[in-house]
Design a binder for this molecule. Structure first.
Ligand SMILES: Nc1ncnc2c1ncn2[C@@H]1O[C@H](COP(=O)(O)OP(=O)(O)O)[C@@H](O)[C@H]1O
Ligand SMILES: [Mg+2]
Length: 245
């Protein structure tokens, strides 16, 4: 038993120890232009195609739409689409198409949307800004029907922040599940499955009325506890895939 090939090291996976799987198992957290497909006969956890779909926000949103996963409405940043936001009175989150760790992300009120006509915003996307009441990071391995959820609770010094991330939130695994939590898990599994990912996570938001998938993540910040959870899932998913191969 050798260490698995690990084709595309990702900063989020830093410090992660990989389970000793067969050397024919490829685990991916990310991809670059130069990433190569897995060798013939290898078992892949998070395929190159899934990773590529996941790292293109337009593609991600398109897939959500196809399978009817609720996610905030999203449009290309064009004059025509900015007019739609004005008509609807929607506040906006500007994101880059290949958005990474909130870089370049902006929360704007609908009245500020014309700012996005500046050429520096070209090629980006306009997302409807929803009023998030609660948010979770939910990890899921669809083939195992297994979940690991943590609530992102705003830190007191960041209550005004619109962005829920490692800087502004504490992640708590002991949280009060809303009555309709099963719905959230079903939505999570559907999103990750549709993206073609095997072990991944979502940002899941509750607006007070609906659950929304904000995004799927192939590589999440891996805390100690999550790490053990991922390692176990990699092992079991690899086993299932080997049996089915
Ligand atoms: N459409 C939206 N409406 C309201 N809040 C959002 C929206 N999109 C993102 N956010 C907030 O910003 C955070 C970061 O956005 P996300 O799309 O997950 O990008 P990333 O995590 O890659 O920076 C989310 O976890 C959420 O708290
Ligand atoms: Mg996110």
């Amino acid at each position: 038993m050798k260490k698995p090939l690990f084709r595309t090291p990702h900063p989020s996976a830093k410090g992660m120890t990989f389970p000793k799987l067969s050397k024919r198992v490829v685990i991916r957290h990310g991809a670059s232009k130069n990433s190569k497909p897995a060798p013939v006969g290898a078992i892949e956890i998070n395929s190159l195609e899934a990773i590529r779909n996941n790292s293109d926000k337009f593609k991600m949103k398109e897939i959500f739409q196809e399978v009817e996963v609720r996610s905030p409405e999203c449009f290309e940043n064009t004059q025509e689409n900015r007019e739609i936001f004005k008509q609807k009175g929607w506040n906006v989150v500007f994101k880059k198409r290949r958005h990474k760790r909130s870089q370049g992300m902006e929360f704007l009120k609908v009245g500020e949307i014309d700012k996005l006509s500046d050429p520096i915003y070209e090629g980006g996307l306009l997302e409807r800004r929803i009023n998030i009441r609660r948010e979770w990071r939910v990890h899921c391995a669809p083939a195992l029907d297994r979940f690991f959820a943590m609530e992102k609770r705003k830190r007191l010094d960041h209550v005004e922040s619109l962005n829920r991330n490692l800087e502004t939130c504490v992640f708590r695994k002991d949280f009060d599940e809303p009555d309709n939590w099963q719905e959230a898990l079903t939505l999570t599994k559907k999103a990750i499955e549709a993206m073609g990912l095997d072990v991944a996570c979502v940002d899941l938001a509750w607006s007070g009325k609906f659950f929304y998938i904000i995004e799927t993540n192939a590589a999440s910040g891996l805390g100690e506890e999550t790490k053990a959870w991922y390692e176990q899932c990699y092992r079991e998913v690899a086993e299932i895939k080997t049996q089915n191969a």
